[in-house]
Design a protein around this ligand. Structure first.
Ligand SMILES: O=C(O)C(=O)C[C@]1(C(=O)O)C=C[C@@H](O)C=C1
Length: 290
């Protein structure tokens, strides 16, 4: 059983809606019976947990084909510090879940020639770019809030199609024009489970932190990363996004092995923090096989 399934049945889970999205599929795999709260955007999912309107939230973090989900990172960047806390105001990452993602072209009309536009979430359009280039090179690619919103749009327009989960064909009463149109057959999205409380260490965990740096000081990133090496902590992913603090100024995201409450990690963070600015621990989660 997945560790997160220990929740009470009355707990509520915010997800990128409506029902039929991959976020919904992931949420039901993780939480089973729960009260589900559909949200219009990834930012709204996080805000819903932040403002206590749901106990948990599910957000996509990265995809094996198209990379990091920028909408999620950018919400993290804008998260405010709560007093002097190392943790962002209102939520922590407490678990993760991998979902195999198969995309399908859905529409009212099954003739490819008549499709003038294709709706989907920007991540899904990216994950299906090769199929679209080959089979629908002239169709406009229109980004919408989620893959299920794409199916909703396709239901309103005979000359459009949506890239969505297979479940959306039944939910919205659409034909499956083409199945499995993702660039890579093993297309997988990694989701974070967001909540209020950090989980206990399991001896096989990962942690995500974010920070900025003094960009004028040569070697400041190198000096910070050297601390992790010195403490024998393995780094597993680094991202950067505009920090919002000025032109060409960045927020760095660093993922590494270990739990924020492990003594080894605590010691490393004590030395790491003075080397960086705006440091925040986003959370720790059990590492899993995909
Ligand atoms: O639109 C959806 O179905 C979502 O749940 C969002 C999302 C994403 O943002 O990555 C989730 C999984 C897939 O990678 C495609 C889209």
């Amino acid at each position: 059983m997945h560790p997160t399934k220990k929740i009470r049945q009355t707990d509520s889970v915010a997800f990128l809606g409506p029902k039929g999205t991959f976020s919904y599929e992931c949420a039901t795999q993780v939480f089973g019976d729960a009260e589900y709260v559909p949200c219009q955007s990834i930012a709204k999912v996080l805000e819903t947990v932040q403002t206590n309107k749901a106990d948990y939230g599910i957000v996509p973090f990265e995809n094996s084909t198209f990379g990091t989900v920028l909408q999620t990172l950018d919400f993290f960047v804008n998260t405010k510090h709560a007093n002097d806390s190392d943790q962002p105001h209102g939520f922590v990452i407490l678990d993760q879940h991998y979902l195999t993602v198969h995309h399908n072209l859905l529409g009212q009309d099954t003739e490819l020639d008549r499709i003038e536009r294709v709706y989907s979430h920007p991540e899904a359009l990216g994950q299906c770019s090769k199929w679209l280039d080959k089979h629908l090179p002239k169709a406009n690619r229109v980004p919408v809030g989620s893959t299920a919103q794409a199916a909703e749009k396709a239901k309103q327009d005979r000359t459009a199609a949506g890239i969505s989960s297979i479940a959306c064909a039944d939910i919205f009463g659409l034909h499956v024009i083409e199945k499995d149109i993702e660039n890579l057959a093993n297309n997988t999205t990694r989701f974070f489970v967001i909540g209020k409380k950090v989980r206990q260490p399991t001896k096989n965990d990962g942690t995500l932190v974010m920070f900025t740096l003094n960009h004028d000081q040569p070697g400041s990133l190198c000096d910070a990363l050297a601390i992790m090496k010195d403490h024998g902590i393995n780094l597993t992913k680094i991202d950067s996004r505009p920090s919002g603090k000025g032109l060409w100024h960045y927020m760095f995201f660093m993922q590494f092995d270990g739990h924020m409450n492990d003594d080894k990690v605590k010691l490393a963070m004590k030395s790491f923090k003075p080397k960086v600015l705006d440091f925040m621990i986003m959370g720790s989660y059990k590492k899993q096989l995909q």
